[in-house]
Every structure is written in structure tokens, then in C-alpha cells.
Write a protein that binds this ligand. Structure first.
Ligand code: CMC
Length: 429
């Protein structure tokens, strides 16, 4: 039958239905496999496992396609804004002008942080990593809104619109406060007359008697960066958010876990690692060729290259590559790292090793160059990714919370440790 598949284990056949997504992708529905056969599937890294049905984002990694709620990322990047795309990702529809204005107002009105939270910042050493601070602060934030973080699904959902706007707003304020705290600078209050990205740059860089002014279009470039990170299907941090949410945890706790998952260098932390790599290549007087050789010999990894799903150009990298060039030009910056990155990209795309493995630049390859150009310190890069990804985490939490049939996520394992041992047997020590 076309809509079913068979697994043969030993001499027995087991039939399973095939679920088909709207873009034609097919999944063998093995939910009854263990009950029928006693066997489980083993898929470390989940490369072949669909963990959910989702309506939020679609990726075709072979063709390099990314769409949010059906809209191609290229169209959103050209015509939309971060907050409009955030609304789309969370609520499934592009907002009307009135709805967008109301959403932006809600985000604006939530931009300040309870003064009690300032004391939390004092507890961190100044060399604490901003991602550690961000994750702790987002979880602590929930404690200031117990009615929204009750771990009672109905109640948390009843407050969803407010908690979503609040998190999108306050993640940005917390990020800016983190930077100021680490610099030993006083916190800057949000300015309600500024748009989302510009307000962030204001909270980062304004000084008494020297208000931040965006004269170079930096806030538009930042808005684009955030938009391009808004959601990305079942990546490591989003799966983490869903995993935590599946146990019934509230939105604040779930996104705080997402920040932790994002931190690693194979995931969001790659944007920091790319700049570090480019700086090292530059300092060694290499144009990238030696580094490529090392990567091929397994001595190094070309950060910002490769992706579990994309076996073609990451469409976000294409957009960011072009816009980082434009931003640098607009700012009159001649960053040698951009030339190294472009050379690395060309060399890798022509090299048999990378071609054979279908390794292309991913979103992190050019994003660091763009962030650096607009003055964001490298240590804050992954935090910027987290601000951008917040709508996707929120939308995925909502999908789990609204599904009354969703089960706790609880994978199985294949045990490979010791067989049974006897505590009382001395010779086993
Ligand atoms: N440089 C050199 N070789 C690579 C790279 C790379 N960046 N990425 C993968 N390979 C090789 C890998 O060694 C393996 O080779 P072989 O077949 O000879 O063993 C082959 O390509 C397949 O790689 P894999 O490790 O099976 O791929 P994966 O799907 O498990 O990992 C990845 C995906 C993104 C973690 C990996 O490509 C990587 O570490 N890239 C660098 C870090 C990075 O840029 N991460 C950001 C990802 S995009 C942002 C996000 O969504 O988080």
C-alpha cells in the first residue's frame, strides 16, 4: 500500500501508516512499533526522527528553502520587520496594521525590568558569560509573574499573549543590561519612542548627555539579523524548549532552557566561534587556505559551515552575506575578516572535501561580521541569536501547550552498561 510501510524484524512483518506533510515529506508512523514488536528504533542525533507535527516553519534542506507559516524567508527579509515576523511565527498569520500596532505597543510597554531584578545582576561576577546570565534571568523573570508561570496549562495559556510580548521585549532589555553590567556601566532605561532594534542599541550604547543615534542604518541591519533568526524548525534549542514544555513547564522556564541549549558551539555559539576562527586566520597571516587544509585533515572545523538539514546553501546565509557587505560599506568599514570569509567560502565551495559532504555556509558564517560592524561585542553574539530566536521558541511552546493530546517527551535508550552485579560480592570491587 502506498500509504503504509513495512518493517521486517526476523521473520515477522510489521505494517505502519505513512504520515505525509503538506510539502510531500513522508514519515513512517512507528508509534506502535515497540508494542507490536518489542523493538525500538535507534537514531542517535535524531537525523531520521520526526519528533512532532508542526505548522510553524518548513525547511527543504536539499533545495535550501526556509518558510515561516508558508512565507519564504527571502520575502520576509525584504518586506517584513522582526516584530511582524515574530507575530507571524507565533500566531500563524501576518497581522493587520491594527494588530501589528497593538502587538508593538504591548512589546514596548513591557520593555522595563522590575527593579528587584537589578539585584540579580549584582550576584554575577563580571566575567560571567552573557548566555549564563541570560538563561538565569529569563527563568528568574518568571518568578516576578507567578500568574503567567504557574505550570498550570490553562492558566499559563490564558496569559499567553501578555507573556509572549513580555518575553520578546524583556529578553532584549536583559541582554543590554548584561552588557552594561559586565562593562561596569549604569543601566540605560528603554526609550519608548524608538523601534525594537534601535531601542536595544540605545540601551547598549547611550551615555549620559550622549544619546545613541543611529545614523548609519545599524538598527535596520540588526532588525534583519533578528528576523533571520526568528525560527528554524526542530533545531537543538527549539527541541529543548519543546522537551521542557512537554513536561508541563511554563513558558519562562522553557525558553530559559532553550538559551542553555543554544549556547554550544555546534549550535548558536558558532557565531562567536566563526569570528574567533577568522581572527586567528588573520593573525596567522593565512588567507584561509591553510585553515581549509587543516579542516580537511580533521585538525580543525570550519565554523559557520555545514548543517544537519541544509545540504545546499542556507538561505539565511545568502541574505546575511549580502547585507553584511552592504552594512560594512555604509559604515565605511574595511574589515579584513570579510575578505577572509569570502575567500574561505569560495575555496570551500570548490573543494572536493566540502562538495562531497555538501557543506555550505550556514547562518552563522556572516552574522558575526555584521554584528561586529554594528558594534556588538563578540561575547554577546549568541545572546543576539537568542533574542532573535525567542519568537520561534514561544511559538513552539504554544504548539505543545495547546495540544491537549501532547505527551511528555521521553525517548528510550539501548542500555550498554554492566549487566546485573551483586553489591555484597567483595571480588566485584
Ligand atoms: N568543517 C569541516 N568538516 C565538517 C564540518 C565543518 N564545519 N561540518 C561537518 N563536517 C564533516 C564531518 O567531519 C563529517 O565528515 P566525515 O563524513 O568524513 O566524518 C561530515 O562533514 C558530516 O558531518 P556531521 O558531523 O555528520 O554533521 P552533523 O549534521 O552531525 O553536524 C553541524 C552539523 C552544524 C553541527 C556541523 O556541520 C558543524 O559542527 N558545523 C560547524 C559549527 C556550526 O557552524 N554550527 C552552526 C549550525 S547553523 C546554526 C544553528 O542552526 O544552530
Amino acid at each position: 500500500m502506498e500509504n503504509s510501510g513495512t518493517i521486517r524484524i526476523g521473520n515477522e512483518n510489521f505494517d505502519f501508516p505513512i504520515i505525509e506533510g503538506i510539502e510531500g515529506e513522508r514519515a513512517l508512523d512507528t508509534r506502535t512499533l515497540r508494542a507490536k514488536s518489542g523493538c525500538i528504533t535507534f537514531d542517535e542525533g535524531y537525523g531520521n526522527t520526526g519528533s512532532c507535527l508542526s505548522e510553524i516553519s518548513f525547511i527543504n534542506g536539499e533545495k535550501g528553502i526556509l518558510r515561516h507559516r508558508g512565507y519564504p524567508i527571502e520575502q520576509l527579509a525584504e518586506h517584513s520587520s522582526f516584530l511582524e515576523t515574530a507575530y507571524l511565527v507565533i500566531y500563524g498569520q501576518l497581522p493587520t496594521a491594527d494588530k501589528l500596532a497593538a502587538f508593538c505597543a504591548e512589546v514596548r510597554n513591557h520593555s522595563s525590568i522590575h527593579t528587584g531584578m537589578r539585584h540579580h545582576f549584582e550576584g554575577f561576577p563580571s566575567n560571567a558569560h552573557p548566555m549564563a546570565i541570560l538563561s538565569s534571568m529569563l527563568n528568574s523573570l518568571g518568578a516576578y509573574y507567578p500568574e503567567m508561570s504557574s505550570n498550570n496549562r490553562e492558566q499559563d495559556l490564558a496569559h499567553f499573549d501578555e507573556s509572549a510580548a513580555l518575553l520578546i521585549s524583556k529578553v532584549r532589555t536583559i541582554a543590554a543590561m548584561t552588557f552594561r553590567m559586565k562593562q561596569g556601566l549604569p543601566f540605560v532605561f528603554p526609550d519608548h519612542s524608538r523601534r525594537y532594534a534601535e531601542n536595544f542599541l540605545h540601551m547598549m550604547f547611550s551615555e549620559p548627555y550622549n544619546d545613541y543615534q543611529d545614523t548609519s542604518g545599524a538598527s535596520n541591519a540588526l532588525d534583519l539579523f533578528l528576523l533571520l533568526h526568528a525560527d528554524h524548525e526542530q533545531n537543538c534549542s527549539t527541541s529543548t524548549v519543546r522537551m521542557v514544555a512537554s513536561g508541563g513547564a511554563n513558558l519562562f522556564a522553557s525558553v530559559s532552557a532553550g538559551v542553555c541549549a543554544l549556547w554550544g558551539p555546534s549550535h548558536g555559539g558558532a557565531n562567536m566561534a566563526v569570528i574567533k576562527m577568522l581572527e586567528e586566520i588573520h593573525a596567522a597571516g593565512d588567507d584561509g587556505s591553510r585553515f581549509i587544509k587543516d579542516a580537511k585533515e580533521g585538525k580543525a572545523k570550519l565554523m559557520g559551515f555545514g548543517h544537519r538539514v541544509y545540504k545546499n546553501y542556507d538561505p539565511r546565509a545568502k541574505i546575511l552575506g549580502k547585507s553584511s557587505e552592504r552594512v560594512l560599506e555604509g559604515l565605511g568599514i574595511n574589515d579584513p575578516l570579510l575578505d577572509i570569509a569570502k575567500h574561505l567560502e569560495r575555496a570551500a565551495l570548490e573543494d572536493e572535501y566540502f562538495v562531497k559532504r555538501k557543506l555550505y555556509p550556514n547562518v552563522d558564517f556572516y552574522s558575526g561580521i555584521l554584528l561586529k560592524a554594528i558594534g556588538i561585542p563578540v561575547e554577546m553574539f549568541t545572546v543576539m541569536f537568542a533574542i532573535g530566536r525567542m519568537p520561534g521558541w514561544i511559538a513552539n511552546w504554544k504548539e505543545i501547550a495547546e495540544n491537549s493530546k501532547s505527551r511528555i517527551h521521553r525517548p528510550r535508550q539501548v542500555y550498554t552498561g554492566s549487566a546485573i552485579r551483586d553489591y555484597l560480592k567483595v571480588d566485584e570491587r
